[in-house]
Design a binder for this molecule. Sequence first.
Ligand code: URA
Length: 430
Amino acid sequence: MRMVDIIERKRMGTPNTQEEIKFVIDGYVNGDIPDYQVSAWLMAIYFQGMDDDEAFFLTKAMLYSGDIIDLSQIDGVKVDKHSTGGVGDKTTLVLGPLVASVGAKLAKLSGRGLGHTGGTLDKMESVPGLRIDIEEEKFIKQVNEINMAVAGQTKKIVPADKLLYALRDVTGTVPSIPLIASSIMSKKLASGADVICLDVKIGDGAFMKTLEDAEELSRIMVSIGKSFGKKVTAFITNMDQPLGFAVGNRLEVKEVVDTLNGKGPDDLVELCEDIASYMIYYARKADSIEAAKALAHDQLNNGKAYEKFLEFTKAQGANDVDYNNFIQVKDVDSYLATETGYIKEIKALNIGLASMKLGGGRETKEDDIDPNVGIVLTKKVGDYVKKGDVLLDIYRNTELTKEIVSLLDDAYIIVSEEIKTPKTIQKIIN
Ligand code: URA
């Protein structure tokens, strides 16, 4: 088999075979096929796309390039979730304790944040004492004992994705839907769960900008998951404004704690209850999606989900944390509305970037972050505001730069006609 023939076939629109795709992935990981040939192949995929079989073969070849976590020692149905990345997205830390509190098993490997999006690991590490580097044996034991564990992804999972993603990043081939689908699904499948819920974000702060693209990505990911015998559901959700009110690691953890005590923002609660309902139903802890949703709602309001959060954080090293007093900043400034009217848009991208510039996120992988800083919205899309009302609070330990203020100035669109509160979940695909 010759790499140049595989590239030419793809360039002409002929689907690559399973053997060809495996040849490319194995050859690239082993160092036998050079970057320039794989780059040409990726660009051909970018323009020609891939059919469902090819996306499945690519996912399979990537999946078997590294370790697959063996969760067979955990009793019961294992559930997992993945978000394509958003601003203020603290869903995992609500959803995990919520579904674990009714007996579903969540064994989750998470990642860090980069750029305007945050990562679950950074939010966890902002809690004093909370550890994310758990040995596999302890990880499995913890899930068997308390139904949940969240740890950092090991380097041994899908090494092909690390290499390919780095190449896509410098060859303009990141935004190819089948390449994104295979990248996400290979990592999810390597994590070993039986049930996978995918939160596919659309809008300003997201990878997918339109509903059509998000539907196509969801459809392919669900199809790949089914080919591996998994139950996969994709939720297409709104990222036209940050999720919840808080953006920034400790601020988000505080919002998680409030949500687990029945005092969460409407959009975050709606999203968590809806995703939880599918996880709980597929884990056979309720007889229908509706019954599972009612159960999820109860657990957020009867203290059980919060009890599980405390059990989970204690098992991973955090004890007696005073969540009411753990945010330490020098200053909190209010940012005020310059117009009167209804909020039509709060650009998630700008809010995420402003939080990053305050030190709450990473511009490059090597950057340190300040867990205390960030932004707390006081109004959301659809709210009526008067000139001079507070739109958000800025938690900071450094100077407020012109750059941050101008990101915030550009974040808001305020109009005179009434704006409806947007739906958080746009579509469910399974
Ligand atoms: N997230 C991933 O894990 N991979 C992609 O290709 C894009 C987003």
